[in-house]
Design a binder for this molecule. Sequence first.
Ligand code: RTP
Ligand code: MG
Length: 148
Amino acid sequence: MATNRTFTMIKPDAVQNGHIGNILAMITNGGFKIVSLKLTQLTVADAQAFYAVHAARPFYGELVEFMSRGPIVAAILEKDNAVEDFRTLIGATNPAEAAEGTIRKAYATSIGENAVHGSDSDENAAIEVFLHSISYTECYNPKRFDRQ
Ligand code: RTP
Ligand code: MG
């Protein structure tokens, strides 16, 4: 197990339903260190690009509309075995199949609106962390703190 990073988003349903604080608490209590955090909103183009791997799936249009419809919280998380352990913490895609104690069991409302995203491989985590860092330079650039 290596200490490494994964990428998460608290999706628009969970933000809208007031679960940001409880989900961040579950993440922290799960042993993850939050190393970047941003309240933001995806454009349609951002959501299309982020989930491009699913472009041919029947739920793609609905997924893009959902992910861009309201604020999200995007975060980079650090932990030993981060990607796999975070997938365990969030639970199955379909909340009806999610284990007790998982974030999706607690906060997802349907297979489509399932509260959180987690990177599914180290390779995709690296891509998603990189995209996050270049998109949100203002909260990632240490020089920002020199200006105060
Ligand atoms: P995510 O990428 O958001 O962490 O979710 P995941 O790996 O558990 O699931 P994935 O297969 O990558 O699907 C991406 C997201 O698409 C929506 N979805 N809707 N209506 C449906 O049948 C359906 N299937 C998937 C969910 O929001 C899912 O998380
Ligand atoms: Mg996925």
